[in-house]
Design a protein around this ligand. Structure first.
Ligand code: FPP
Length: 226
């Protein structure tokens, strides 16, 4: 009998290479981010078609606040625009929307738009699209440790912003760089890592499907002997 294809429950993507994609075309970095939104839509729709329970995207790190003000402003504007424009994509695909990170740093307008979309999609039962915004792994561990100590508890996982979201089975990073860059440090403990030699704006549904094929070939042992 043919073995059932192993499907990851949670696929997470470090979307990298937007700036280089734009530079190679003689364009401003923000054009790479614009084109990156089309890849977000393509992968989200493919994840929904494939029945992936969680797709998460590293959209903006705590360190990204240190980029030039104009780029940070343009990225935040793009986030706000995407949150408004993509409501139909999410509803049509029965997707739930969730933003995780240091949300206190977001503007009141963006925070309100995010909250509204989270509420609007809360009852959807398909893929959950998690966007990590103003997130870093060390920040998450620190805020969790503080809250855990205050509660006199020892269940750290419960205090991470990802509580309730299963750990990623597969983490994909585009652009050829091979590092986690302060992403899900605790949660990535047993994730399969896949580094893809394409810039994020070039990563589309066929690449997402190829990543799932690669994942199905991996032998996961969690430190045990099979
Ligand atoms: C990394 O490329 C990409 C980002 C920091 C931003 C990712 C954001 C988007 C694709 C926009 C919208 C997102 C959502 C969820 C709607 P880089 O700028 O670090 O590229 P480089 O390494 O080539 O400079």
């Amino acid at each position: 009998m043919e073995e059932e294809k192993k499907l990851p429950v949670h696929v997470s993507i470090i979307m990298d290479g937007n700036g280089r994609w734009a530079k190679e075309r003689g364009q401003e970095r923000i054009h790479g981010h614009f084109e990156g939104v089309a890849s977000v839509r393509a992968c989200a729709e493919e994840a929904a078609r494939q029945g992936i329970r969680y797709l998460s995207l590293f959209a903006f790190s705590e360190e990204n606040w240190n980029r030039p003000g104009a780029e940070v402003g343009a990225l935040m504007e793009l986030m706000g625009k995407s949150v408004c424009d993509e409501e139909k994509t999410l509803m049509d695909n029965n997707m739930r929307f969730l933003v995780l990170g240091n949300r206190a740093r977001l503007s009141a307008g963006l925070e309100a738009a995010i909250r509204a979309l989270e509420e609007k999609t809360a009852a959807n039962t398909g893929t959950t699209l998690v966007v990590f915004l103003s997130y870093s792994g060390k920040w998450d561990l620190l805020q969790a440790a503080r809250r855990m100590a205050a509660a006199g508890d020892d269940d750290l996982e419960k205090y991470l912003v990802t509580a309730g979201v299963p750990d990623p089975d597969l983490i994909i990073r585009t652009s050829g760089e091979q590092r986690l860059s302060n992403f899900l440090l605790w949660q990535a403990a047993y994730a399969e890592l896949l580094f893809v030699d394409k810039y994020w704006p070039d990563f589309r549904e066929a690449d997402f499907r190829a990543a799932l094929e690669e994942f199905a070939k991996r032998d996961r042992r969690y430190g045990k002997v099979k």
